[in-house]
Design a binder for this molecule. Structure first.
Ligand code: GLP
Length: 241
């Protein structure tokens, strides 16, 4: 074996600690406490920095959860989130969870060219920018920013202050049902604001979903970006031929 191959097979120390911790925590129930960094470092004969790095990755992956001022615990299993032409409310319900949301802002303004293009309206035409915190069983799951045409959906912000499901509002007040969509999936580290809203750390991994929805006639309905907590959610897509 060449020295280069030998090098690539060498595992960083923290990774060995991480694998060990994973074996230990796999045998524990969700909510079980994990020993402190200091105790683990002493037990495993390594530095606290090494243990910290292993714990950091396990938290980012959603295996462990850190509670401020309390300690680190084995996390609940992630929720599986189906990728479907459905609303957040419907997706949560399909998971046996109760959806709720906080309307963070609802602003009517001039659409930027990229948003206008997505919505099929003229550059500078009016659009709503709706920002919501989405919760499932009262736990924050995602921050969602939605753009919709203000001419097509007059009074949308007012209706949304009363009802919690955008798709229900679109159906009830405008007779519009999103029928198809293109959804993109990428990742990003949480910004300080997202982290504060989602009760996680700045830099925590986020799953970023972009949905461009159309009605039955093919006309654009919404352009939405959702930042999901990557440590809480596994996205599931059913692929068919
Ligand atoms: C999902 C979609 C969004 C859509 C939203 C509507 O989160 N990614 O594009 O706007 O559902 O959900 P609700 O009707 O619960 O507000």
């Amino acid at each position: 074996m060449s020295s280069a191959e030998g090098q690539s097979l060498r595992e960083p120390k923290y990774y060995t600690v991480k694998r060990h911790l994973l074996e230990v925590t796999d045998s524990l129930l969700p909510g079980s406490p994990v020993p402190t960094e200091r105790v683990l470092a002493a037990e495993l004969g390594t530095s606290r920095t090494t243990v910290r790095q292993a714990l950091f990755e396990l938290v980012a992956e959603g295996r462990l959860v850190r509670r401020q001022g309390s300690g680190t615990y084995v996390a609940e299993p992630k929720m599986t989130w189906p990728l479907q032409m459905a609303s957040f409310t419907e997706q949560a319900t399909a998971n046996g969870l109760t959806a709720s949301n906080q309307l963070l802002s609802a602003v009517r303004g001039q659409a930027e060219p990229d948003v206008a293009g997505r919505l099929g309206i003229g550059a500078g035409a009016a659009a709503f920018r709706i920002e919501r915190l989405r919760l499932a069983d009262d736990r924050p799951i995602a921050v969602e920013v939605s753009y919709l045409s203000a001419a097509r959906f007059p009074q949308l912000a007012r209706h949304l202050r009363r009802g919690s499901s955008l798709y229900a509002v679109l159906h009830e007040h405008y007779g519009v049902v999103p029928a198809s969509a293109q959804e993109s999936i990428s990742t990003a580290p949480a910004t300080p604001r997202e982290a504060a809203l989602l009760d996680t750390d700045t830099g925590a991994p986020m799953l970023v979903l972009g949905r461009h929805s159309f009605d039955g006639t093919g006309a654009p309905v919404e352009w939405v970006t959702s930042w999901y907590r990557g440590d809480r959610v596994t996205l599931i897509a059913n692929l068919r031929p």
